[in-house]
Design a protein around this ligand. Sequence first.
Ligand code: FO1
Length: 310
Amino acid sequence: MITCLAGGVGAARLLEGLDKIVDEHGEELTVIVNTGDDEEFFGLHVSPDIDIITYTLAGIVERERGWGIRGDTFACLDMLARLGCETWFKLGDRDMAIHIYRTWRLRDGATLSQVTAEIAAKLGVRHKIIPMSDDPVKTHIKTPAGLLPFQRYFVERGASDEVLDVVYVGSDRARPASGVIESILGAEGVIICPSNPIVSIGTILAVPGVREALRKTSGKVLAISPIIGGATVKGPADRMMRGLGIEVSAAGVAELYKDFLNIYVMDAQDAELREKVQSMGVDVHITNTLMRSLEDKKRLAQTCLELLGL
Ligand code: FO1
């Protein structure tokens, strides 16, 4: 079993590659997903990162954007706009059906993990997708404009505010969902996807017990740097790291993971950071980590499995 820690779009690229090659390695994937970005819209429970990973592994994601369902329409949202509702978060019609189903099942007493597994199975996903916790954890961004829930900061305000701090509201009381700790401890290899180290992986690490399990697992822990040449490929990780006083580089990310990290995959552009990361007691592998085509995704996934000895 290979266990992955994942946020949204960046993780989905690598997972698409892994999905295509794990069979050849006789391996199964378990993906532990960030839920700190979850938000309620129109009374519906929306889990953006879980949905991005589910739609990607089901082969129905809108690839260009990286989120939502390919070919989705927005008739429902258009009507909500006519009713005067806030529609800055673009929920498609088919996507909306998933949120209706999730909310309805949660109101019925199901847990988020149960609903996530049901949706994944019904959409034909072969792998296990587990929310980091069934308890609510909300990522809030402290900015000069006040404390903003993640989607307000990221989507509504276009990640334009200076980041003063990041708070994981509820993380101290959150329990890891069933299977989270077990799948880390029982993994032959753990992959930390190239997701935002603060608001995707950082949120998962804030759930009590997760970091300890990563330190304890007998499988090797590998991470791929989401920072290339001092900037993120997508999203605000670089600005967030700067705001929090963390060095904005592949080495800065390794510093956040060094207590549990065995292998670090960095881009060729960052080759000069090799020794700095090695001095943290981590093995470094340098390759091209940009994933534009399906071939890039499969090649990077293959490299990760080989480095893990799988
Ligand atoms: N991201 C955007 O930038 N704009 C959107 O309107 C938007 C809508 C959306 C709807 C469903 C969904 O599952 C994801 C959506 N995302 C959107 C992506 C999401 O905000 C982020 O990429 C993640 O929360 C960060 O990983």
